[in-house]
Design a protein around this ligand. Structure first.
Ligand SMILES: CC(C)(COP(=O)(O)OP(=O)(O)OC[C@H]1O[C@@H](n2cnc3c(N)ncnc32)[C@H](O)[C@@H]1O)[C@@H](O)C(=O)NCCC(=O)NCCS
Ligand SMILES: Nc1ncnc2c1ncn2[C@@H]1O[C@H](COP(=O)(O)OP(=O)(O)OP(=O)(O)O)[C@@H](O)[C@H]1O
Length: 393
């Protein structure tokens, strides 16, 4: 099962995306719809809303008077906090029931308007954000939905900023153009990413194109942060720390487009107990069997106690599980911090790797890393290096 979170500001085009994905085969779980279900007449949800806001939010027929409640909560942060506190746990519980009832091979598309506001990104294998600039959204809501401009703007003000949504987005879909422009993007997302990703998670396998060296990508740290938050959620206290390491963790360093994340664990027993949870979370074990052709490419540095990989075909990543205080665990952090501290070494390493035709990366970089490791360790000794606070960046 693959769980995809779909979000965007009010009127951005979530329903348009979710109806296309539903046609293609996704199973849609719509939070707005569940939010209506849990306040039907006779439900504990409706009773709790009335207790918090009074009988004035009921229509004469006993149903929730949505415009009346809307006018109380949009524009009043405290009232909205109270309503969210009552309804969000009920929405969460109903969502969990729908997830439990879904077939094992489903691509579940969770349409969640408040995914970013409620910091839910790590719950999903992938987060898709639909974006349309604010003024365009207001125009669409006023002209096509009959909303007043003031109501549209009040709701927008009650929601996350574009920057926060961008930080949460694994996939950013621009819906500022004509409706026809969005469909091919959604079809491509389905075919090239969601379908293989779901199969990878279910079969505990993975696939990736042979990586090539690319110019440093300034978004690598943000991408690594999203994967790290998923790893922390899956692993809980078993992960002492999760760090973005390797060449993509050093600003300005050209590298193969494969993120390296290091999970520091307490004991070898902990490592083995985590394999299933990691696979279900989208990080299957690397080449576990002899007939797996990918087993020919073991952990590049040979230092991983275990190597897992990201099953998302659109975001290659290696996850190195290493023991706390082991030489490999320490060296990964020292090398990263040394390179971050020494721009001239970054230039030296860039030149060394650029001039080589050797692939894969492991082979190209190994001589340089073998020579660099003692220098990095000497630097660590000299400066009294200690690992910084745990984190992905
Ligand atoms: C206040 C209510 C009764 C107004 O109902 P109304 O029919 O006018 O709006 P509807 O529910 O269709 O929501 C439309 C859009 O408003 C925005 N919105 C709704 N609730 C909220 C909220 N608590 N905070 C910010 N934006 C919200 C979303 O973009 C949503 O897609 C209703 O929105 C509600 O019960 N909200 C609380 C539940 C909730 O958080 N729902 C969002 C899904 S998690
Ligand atoms: N590219 C587009 N150009 C013009 N109109 C559009 C486009 N995409 C969507 N719309 C229209 O804009 C309105 C909002 O789109 P949609 O309902 O998909 O957004 P939404 O994010 O689901 O909104 P809500 O947050 O209210 O659930 C709808 O009336 C829709 O038909």
């Amino acid at each position: 099962m693959l769980r995809v979170g779909l979000t965007g500001g009010i009127g951005a085009g979530k329903s348009t995306v979710s109806s296309t994905l539903s046609e293609l085969g996704a199973l849609v779980v719509d939070a707005d719809r569940i939010a209506r279900e849990v306040v039907q007449p006779g439900t504990p949800g409706l009773a709790a809303v009335v207790e918090a806001f009074g009988e004035g939010v009921l229509s004469p027929d006993g149903t929730l008077d949505r415009p009346a409640l809307g006018s109380r909560v949009f524009g009043d942060d405290e009232a909205r906090r109270v309503l969210n506190g009552v309804l969000h746990p009920l929405i969460g519980a109903r969502t969990a029931e729908l997830v439990a009832a879904a077939p094992a091979d489903a691509v579940l598309l969770h349409d969640v308007p408040l995914l970013v506001e409620n910091r839910m990104g790590a719950v999903f294998h992938l987060v898709v954000v639909v974006h349309t600039p604010e003024d365009e959204r207001v125009d669409r809501l006023v002209s096509q939905r009959g909303m007043t401009e003031a109501d549209a703007r009040a709701r927008i003000a009650a929601q996350a900023s574009d920057d926060d949504r961008r930080a949460a987005a694994d996939v950013w879909l621009d819906n500022s153009g004509a409706p026809d422009a969005l469909r091919p993007l959604v079809e491509q997302l389905w075919q090239a990413r969601l379908v293989p990703y779901e199969r990878h998670v279910r079969e505990r396998t993975w696939d990736r194109p042979r990586p090539v060296l690319v110019p440093a990508d300034p978004t690598w740290p943000a991408q690594a942060r999203r994967l790290a938050s998923r790893l922390r959620l899956v692993l809980g206290e078993a992960a002492l720390r999760v760090d973005h390491v390797g060449p993509t963790a050093v600003a300005g360093l050209d590298a193969e487009d494969v993120l390296d994340l290091q999970v520091t664990v307490r004991s070898p027993a902990a490592v083995d107990g985590l394999a299933d949870a990691l696979a279900d979370g989208g990080f299957p074990r690397h080449g576990g069997t002899h007939d797996d052709p990918k087993a020919e490419h073991p952990d590049p540095a040979g230092r991983a106690e275990r190597l897992h990989v990201h099953a998302d075909p659109g975001r290659p990543a290696n996850v190195h599980l290493r023991l706390d205080g082991s030489p490999g665990q320490r060296l990964a952090l020292v090398l990263r911090d040394w390179l971050r501290d020494q721009p001239e070494v970054v230039a030296e390493r860039t030149a060394a790797v650029r001039d080589t035709e050797v692939l894969p990366r492991a082979a190209a970089e190994q001589p340089w890393f073998d020579a660099a490791s003692p220098r990095a360790l000497a630097w660590a000794e000299l400066t009294g290096w200690e690992p910084g606070p745990p984190g992905a960046s």
